[in-house]
Write a protein that binds this ligand. Structure first.
Ligand SMILES: NC(=O)c1ccc[n+]([C@@H]2O[C@H](COP(=O)([O-])OP(=O)(O)OC[C@H]3O[C@@H](n4cnc5c(N)ncnc54)[C@H](OP(=O)(O)O)[C@@H]3O)[C@@H](O)[C@H]2O)c1
Length: 379
């Protein structure tokens, strides 16, 4: 066997581990993002230490970066170094430098964990994969840009046999992407996916009773933090369209975001309004239409849902009427629901349902992706 000189240390460590070690699989984590998900993930990794140790898995944090600062240890960071980083000042941040340091350290089983919502880390994914650094991303950016990037990252991961996991991109902690992949690996084929993927849109449509205007309901939801700080980020439907795009691509349909037929839940004038007050004034332009649609659906004993549909290489996101038999009929509040109609699940589609956002479930989903890498390395 020939080993490049630059990989000699790493090869020796792996050899030593396989000959003399206690069979513990050690992952070296370099984490970008210390916001809501990043902090909760650090907490969960600490809390699960013992449980994972019993399963011969050790997760070691070797680097942390956010938009302001970074720290990379020459070995695993201690609990107090992590605390200090979170609450104190550290080196100035530079994502390129951060990744260079991870590559230079060349530790076995390195994993880059992207819990940012930024484009910048995505530009480094190719370099990470080609250096055999696995990626676990809650960040959707890589999978929702052009199809060429999506395809080339999938190919790079396959070529280098390096994991690239992003289960939390759709449905947060709900198992969706893994299930799709398992179905396809077993020879099943996807006929149609229907999915309620926005807790906020589901909240708005399931709480609408016609007793108050849609605009007033959005105002109430914003005041109670059920929407993004700018409700347009929900009402545009773009977040649902991005998740829908990922589902389509996972099914093997090479769509671009612009090819998704998207029905926003606001008027074009509201989308362009320069400030909050004029946004709400313009949003009133959709009140009558929503009311009519609600009445039409109610008259047929149906309910309105905001549904992403992927079928035969096409995708759409729109308001749909669903009847009592439909799995979306009983959805309440901020639930997500994904219904998979496949060759094997044709008469009774497979239904996955639960909270589709939230710090706990999302961080747990990211941790599950990380642990999956460790499980895959066990002999
Ligand atoms: N929250 C949820 O329920 C949920 C559900 C599903 C998926 N997700 C996804 O999870 C990801 C993280 O969400 P979050 O709620 O934790 O977001 P967040 O609280 O806004 O945190 C984002 C973190 O990314 C850091 N960051 C931003 N740009 C960066 C850059 N260029 N380089 C390095 N770090 C950078 C920020 O740094 P600063 O600390 O310096 O600002 C912050 O620490 C997002 O992609 C989101 O879509 C979240």
């Amino acid at each position: 066997m020939v080993v490049m000189e630059s990989d000699l240390q790493k090869a020796l460590r792996i050899l030593h581990q396989s000959l003399f070690s206690d069979d513990i699989v050690r992952l070296h984590l370099y984490m970008a993002g210390t916001g809501a998900i990043g902090r909760k993930l650090l907490e969960m990794i600490e809390r699960q230490k013992e449980y994972l140790a019993e399963r011969k898995i050790s997760l070691e944090i070797c680097g942390l970066i956010n938009s302001r600062k970074m720290i990379v240890g020459d070995k695993a960071l201690s609990g107090s170094q992590i605390e200090q980083f979170l609450f104190d000042h550290a080196e100035k941040a530079g994502l390129g430098e951060f990744v260079d340091a991870a590559v230079r350290q060349n530790l076995e089983n390195s994993v880059f964990v992207d819990v940012t919502a930024a484009d910048e880390p995505v530009g480094l994914y190719h370099s990470l994969l080609s250096n055999s650094i696995a990626i676990v991303a809650a960040n959707k950016r890589a999978n929702t840009q052009g199809i060429d990037l999506y395809n080339s990252l999938q190919a790079a991961a396959r070529r280098s046999s390096t994991p690239f996991h992003y289960e939390t991109n759709v449905g947060a902690g709900l198992p969706v992407i893994g299930v799709l992949r398992s179905l396809m690996a077993s020879g099943d084929s996807i006929i149609r996916i229907d999915a309620v993927l926005s807790g906020t849109m589901n909240y708005l449509l399931s709480e609408y009773t016609g007793n108050q205007t849609f605009t007033d309901l959005v105002r109430y939801a914003e005041r109670n933090h059920y929407t993004e700080p700018d409700p347009r980020d929900d009402l545009s439907g773009m977040d649902v369209a991005r998740k829908c795009l990922i589902l389509a691509r996972e099914c093997g349909w090479p769509l671009e975001l612009e090819e998704i037929r998207l029905e926003p839940l606001m008027t074009p004038e509201a989308a362009l309004a320069p400030d909050k007050a004029s946004f709400y004034r313009e949003l009133e332009g959709i009140d009558i239409e929503i009311h009519h649609r609600f009445e039409r659906a109610t008259a047929k004993e149906k309910r309105l849902r905001y549904v992403a549909r992927v079928e035969c290489g096409t995708a759409s996101v729109s308001v749909m009427e669903v009847d009592e038999q439909h799995p979306f009929y009983g959805l309440r509040g901020t639930e997500n629901c994904i219904s998979l109609t496949t060759k094997y699940y044709q008469q009774y589609p497979m239904v996955i349902k639960g909270p589709g956002a939230g710090v706990d479930v999302t961080s747990a989903g990211v941790l599950a992706d990380i642990v999956r890498i460790a499980e895959g390395l066990k002999r």
